[in-house]
Design a protein around this ligand. Structure first.
Ligand SMILES: Cc1cc2nc3c(=O)[nH]c(=O)nc-3n(C[C@H](O)[C@H](O)[C@H](O)COP(=O)(O)OP(=O)(O)OC[C@H]3O[C@@H](n4cnc5c(N)ncnc54)[C@H](O)[C@@H]3O)c2cc1C
Length: 390
């Protein structure tokens, strides 16, 4: 049986980074993936432009059973460390809003950079290779559709359940459970929300309309664009809140952030302009019309008593929307939940229970906000394990 220092299952962002760091330390590494090509999810990240990290990063940008678990790995391999790697390969990047860094040449450049780094570090690949069984005796043994392999360390970098088109599977969770390691409940995150039937009828026809808004759920609020789809809400602010949203409870939308609508009504109360036309000066016309159709009668501003202005202002600044559900793992960017952080050492990503077994990337119960945080978690956790493998 061919034997390595480490076998890594999953040649995505986290697995590749782990392989590079372990290989640089002269560890013999086999990277196994059931897909025919590496990093399929990375290839479509950021719509192919790859928002590979964020300059402003802290544990507050992550959701996890232990919100501070991610800190050690991120401090050990920072956004600047990844940027240095890009610079070494002369890959150009640019900053968009909120510290989000994108690759000028898209994900393909990052994927070839990682492939080059793997080649230099003598990483062996077994692609198109299905995992049949994972066991541990003296060493880890991995039975595959090709042949059986053994290693002293096994790194599980199989990602989460989101976007099955890119090769996602539950293998990582199954391996954890097989070794008695806890897995927290999973659900789709950074995912479009679906309207209930009533809202769907009101907002039908707004598909493609986008506007800045504040979307809140409980204590959490995000100010960014929302995008109406033919089924519900997407866009950055809606995706962000989807990671916090709990089924059966409404989210709140401020359609006019930073606008004092009641003050504007008071100033304009003697105008004969119709409500829907007045609102259309502040938000997309089709949305103003839909809101008036669904919730207020559109009359001239002169015809509203002050208490009605107050009601309309309150409604538009804290519009309650009860999503019917989400578009599910098929359209989710990431998976909330996963391998319980209480089971892992934050310094190495090694299981506390099973020596030599590591979990990195999205398979772990660490979920980032939209904005490059998930890929930074993949780089940081992958590098941490790669630097620790015995
Ligand atoms: C549409 C989309 C856009 C995104 N955009 C961004 C972005 O711009 N910025 C950002 O930070 N994050 C983004 N993300 C999230 C980010 O891509 C992931 O968080 C990240 O790729 C996770 O890395 P990973 O290595 O843990 O998992 P993955 O990249 O999913 O890699 C897991 C690997 O394991 C392999 N595998 C799975 N099951 C098996 C099995 N049974 N046998 C063998 N191999 C297996 C898979 O084939 C895959 O190669 C986006 C996600 C999506 C879906």
């Amino acid at each position: 049986m061919k034997t390595y220092d480490a076998i890594i299952i999953g040649a995505g962002a986290a697995g590749l980074m782990c392989a590079v760091e372990a290989g640089k330390r002269n560890r013999s590494v086999l990277l196994i993936d059931h897909s025919a090509s590496i990093a399929k999810k990375l290839a479509i990240s950021g719509g192919g432009r790859c928002n590979f990290t964020n300059r402003f990063i802290s544990s507050e940008n992550f959701i996890s059973g232990d919100p501070r678990f991610c800190e050690t790995a991120i401090e050990g391999f920072t956004p600047d460390d990844f940027i240095s790697l890009l610079k070494k390969h002369r890959i150009k990047f640019h900053e968009k809003s909120l510290g989000q860094l994108f690759c000028d040449g898209g994900s393909a450049q990052i994927i070839s950079m990682l492939a080059v780094e793997c080649r230099r570090a003598n990483i062996e690949f077994a692609l198109n290779c299905d995992i049949l069984e994972v066991s541990k005796n003296e060493r880890f043994e991995v039975a595959t559709s090709r042949e059986n392999f053994a290693a002293n360390s096994l790194v599980v970098a199989t990602g989460g359940l989101s976007f099955p088109k890119t090769g996602a599977s539950d293998l990582g969770h199954r391996i954890a459970k097989r070794f008695g390691i806890g897995v927290t409940p999973t659900k789709p995150a950074l995912v479009p929300l679906l309207f209930g039937a009533g809202d769907r009828a009101i907002f039908a026809g707004l598909s493609g309309v986008s506007l800045p808004a504040v979307v809140s759920f409980g204590e959490q609020r995000f100010q960014d664009n929302i995008l109406f789809t033919h089924k519900g809400l997407s866009g950055p602010a809606a995706l962000q809140i989807s990671s916090y949203w709990e089924k059966g409870a409404p989210i709140s939308i401020d359609f006019l952030p930073e606008i004092d609508l009641l003050g504007l009504f008071t100033k304009n109360q003697s105008r004969k302009i119709e409500l829907k036309n007045f609102l259309a000066t502040l938000m997309p016309k089709s949305l103003a019309e839909a809101l008036c159709r669904g919730f207020f009668e559109s009359r001239r501003l002169t015809q509203y008593p002050p208490r009605e202005f107050r009601r309309i202002s309150e409604k538009l600044h804290s519009f309650e929307l009860l999503p019917y559900g989400t578009e599910g793992f098929a359209r989710a960017e990431v998976t909330l939940g996963g391998v319980d952080t209480a089971e892992l050492s934050p310094k190495t990503m090694e299981s506390k229970r099973v020596k030599g077994l590591y979990f990195v990337g999205e398979v772990v119960d660490v979920t980032g906000w939209l904005g490059g945080y998930n890929l930074q978690w993949a780089w940081s956790s992958g590098a941490t394990a790669g630097r620790s493998i015995g």
